[in-house]
Design a protein around this ligand. Sequence first.
Ligand code: PLP
Length: 364
Amino acid sequence: MNQRWPEWLSLNSNIRELKPYGAPQIPAQVRLNTNENPYPLDESLQNKIISEISQRVSNLNRYPDRDAIELRTTLAEYINGISNTDFSYEHIWAANGSNEILQSIVLAFAGDVMGFEPSYSMHPLITKSVGKKWISISRGPDFEFQLEVATEAIKQHRPGIVFLTTPNNPTGGSISLADVAEVAKVALAVGAILVVDEAYSEFSKESSSVTLIKDHPNLIVSRTMSKAFAFAGARLGYMISNPTMVEAMLLVRLPYHLSELTQAAALAALKNRTALQQQVEQIKQSRDLLVEELLKIGLHVVSSDANFVMFSGFKVSSQEFWQRLVDRDVLVRDVGIPGYLRVTIGTEAENKAFLTALLQALNL
Ligand SMILES: *Cc1c(COP(=O)(O)O)cnc(C)c1O
């Protein structure tokens, strides 16, 4: 999209050349392009959310709890339960999706912003939209994170904020806890904050970086309920860090940013999260099965610790192969890496439909 803005429109120069975030939302039968959890919330949870919300509707003339204390307390309990940590609400900040968390971080802290690409496209987009400089460092030949390249780049460029995405989107691989700790240390030495984007943590074999926070004061871990929690439509993201950095978030958040309804829905989902673990297990198993099938077909698959896999080995361009799948009612993601496409793990039926369409598209 090469949009031409009118002459008279004094758009900020830093956003003039940007393209909006835009995964195509086209009405295919099988939609495997935005890494959502394919399973709807189970019915009893739906009812609990409705009941939690209905109790609050009579109060909508009032602003919500600006600091979302109950929600942050419950998020802390969730994290403590899975990571054996000891956080309270003071270590947690919550917002409308982790994208808002990431934007608040980039707004609050000084300096250039560095990331290791290919990675999540919103990191550079948010950086540029607030008028900051994005420093892109490349990953290795199969998109693996390279510790020495990263630490050298941090020492050389001295950024203010460093992004690590683990498991990485769109490629799927994880970064070891030891590597995260080393990056945090090197970042601190140049006065940089390290943001670990863990949007897919629940699907990963690697433990969460939250256990490193006590030893690394500059570490922020960003998480979301959009993926594993099957809650993308509700918009709830959060971060875990030492309380000083949470206090900095209060300076850049908009007043009453998290609606009463969002807080209520997220609380209900967190308090009734047992069904979730089962789904995550199912998705991980389906992922491993799908990877086996793709390898059997003779495609190359980038090792994935998330709820999606990136593959290559088809003989036409990504755009052409993407279109062949769309023509068969299957929507995957062209992530802009030539020769590769990314597919989200769906239900068993969806994965089967994807494989059928894939075989047809390969044999054209
Ligand atoms: C999906 C995703 C997010 C954020 O999603 P929200 O819905 O805004 O929470 C953040 N980071 C990565 C790497 C993602 O893939």
